[in-house]
Write a protein that binds this ligand. Sequence first.
Ligand SMILES: Cc1cc2nc3c(=O)[nH]c(=O)nc-3n(C[C@H](O)[C@H](O)[C@H](O)COP(=O)(O)OP(=O)(O)OC[C@H]3O[C@@H](n4cnc5c(N)ncnc54)[C@H](O)[C@@H]3O)c2cc1C
Length: 500
Amino acid sequence: MDTTPDIVIIGSGLGGATLAAALAPTGRSIVILERGERLLDTPAARNDNAIFRDGVFRPDEEWLNGAGEPFNPGNYYCVGGNTKFYGAVLLRYRAEDFGRLQHSGGVSPEWPISYEDFEPWYQSAEEMFQVRGDAEQDPTEPEHSGSYPFPAVPDEPAIALMRERLEKAGVTPSSLPLGVDVEKWTARAQTPWDAFPDTTGAKMDAESVSLAQALTYPNVTLETGSEVTRLHTNGAGEINEVDVSQGDTCLKLTPNLVVLAAGAVNSAALLLGSANDANPTGLANRSDMVGRNFMNHNCSAVIALHPTRKNDAVYQKTLQFNDFYLVGGKNNLPLGNVQLLGKISGNILAAQSSLPLSIANWVARHSVDWYVMSEDLPNPESRVTVKDGKITLDWKRSNWGTHLALVKKAKSVLRWAGYPITISRAFDRSAPSHQCGTARFGIDPSSSVLDVFCRTHDHKNLFVVDASFLPTSAAVNPGLTIAAQALRVGAHIIEKDLAA
Ligand SMILES: Cc1cc2nc3c(=O)[nH]c(=O)nc-3n(C[C@H](O)[C@H](O)[C@H](O)COP(=O)(O)OP(=O)(O)OC[C@H]3O[C@@H](n4cnc5c(N)ncnc54)[C@H](O)[C@@H]3O)c2cc1C
């Protein structure tokens, strides 16, 4: 391994790999350090019991919750990070999400940059991730400067009927923007892709798109099985050493520029765990904001059932409605997004509930399954801390009343659409799938960790380019916004020649 590269990127997930792709053409030597390995195509990759019941892809790791109880987090360590398992929904935040938004549970603060400033990077990210979509269908869709590179993924017949029924029920269903090649995905096996690992490159994820692009350049190398354990600073407050553990071997790297992209929980943990005499509360933590404002969305599964109508969809995940995204709550305040889940099977349902398999199979054959998502608001007391090397994730849910109101609305729409039985269940707290916010960006160094280009206010050669930067969670899936920001940061590093 080159131990003196120009740039070290820690983590090959969405933020890290996309930044690597942006910086690769500079010719600077870039080493990407990834603690996981590439996922292999095994039978388990398309086996619902292996994934949902046996948890074969979950890490062998324990975090503590706010009550000090251990749990096994649904946080994946592999090349491509959490995107290998993602639902590939690549939605933009709504333009209103960049401003101050009042919710019944509090305020979602204004971003330090506007939607108009950010828009070109959304466009570039959609092109890079080959998003399939239609920006004309959803009235909440913000202005696009270009069109989606591919038309929307078609609804399966059962979902096309659902779309018609929703329209009759008075809402405006629209196609989910997706980064997936459905034909390639279903050629491997007839399964949904949401929460299933991508081992064939059919999903447009951090490995199949950004990393693949970055690694076509000879100046970029990927080191797997390489966990970064500590960052060190010199007298000038710059990061001068990166400690890496490769099994029994420990290495030290001395790059010019360090980019932390280990995901919102692990990036915060690494900054906090790297405390030293000059930075006693952790690196980049003069504001005391590192690890704080952890957000993760308030999400529930809602199953809509008609006892005599079968749902034969394989993947299902092509629709959403945003009629209650900006309005519809108490005092007409925002509620959130309603989108389809990947089609649940009897095995998935039985694994996640106490239903006997025979009943779970019957329900799954008749249900259309939804993912109802509302904004989690920033709260400094919702936080990641590290003690004796162990991570505590004390997630304080916010805005829960808004979420319950959205679940109620969604159920009522689904009943109007002809599904007399609706059952909901909140997603487990142990799955921080949409984790974000632990090193938020901002203009004021006393209340933010990063500047608007994700450079830490405290260490001029340290950037954090992953979900940590998000100052708000909005109520849409975070991936496209993380990728767009990585492209924006990459262009800034190149323009200012910050890796020199
Ligand atoms: C089941 C599931 C479904 C999802 N569906 C969607 C969706 O449909 N749409 C969407 O937008 N988002 C979705 N997400 C969320 C999305 O995957 C994440 O928001 C995104 O991957 C976060 O990017 P990141 O760069 O912050 O972190 P990740 O992509 O998780 O990357 C972090 C990387 O850092 C590595 N790493 C961690 N610690 C270290 C260390 N110390 N040293 C070296 N490497 C390290 C990890 O192994 C990982 O590869 C989903 C997530 C899950 C789990």
